[in-house]
Design a protein around this ligand. Structure first.
Ligand code: SF4
Length: 75
């Protein structure tokens, strides 16, 4: 029986080239994202704890250019 998704570790990726500096991710999930001096996304931790999955997925949903991906780690 597989573990529920919300207990699995996360792997976050961001597409810096696609980021349009909206800042939505850092507003929705400040534990995970920040904005650099150029306004582009800064990923604070690509492997955050599982309890931040909901915040990560919410940030991905809010990103206007779909620059955030939330995946299970590949190992
Ligand atoms: S929500 Fe998307 S476009 Fe906006 S700062 Fe974050 S990664 Fe960039």
């Amino acid at each position: 029986m597989s573990a529920p998704a919300d207990s699995e570790p996360l792997l976050l990726r961001v597409d810096h080239a696609a980021c349009c500096r909206s800042g939505a991710c850092s507003l929705v999930a400040p534990d995970l994202f920040d904005q650099g001096d150029d306004g582009k996304v800064v990923l604070k931790n690509p492997r955050p704890p599982a309890h931040l999955r909901e915040a990560a997925e919410e940030a991905a949903d809010y990103c206007p250019v779909s620059a955030i991906r939330v995946d299970p780690p590949t190992g």
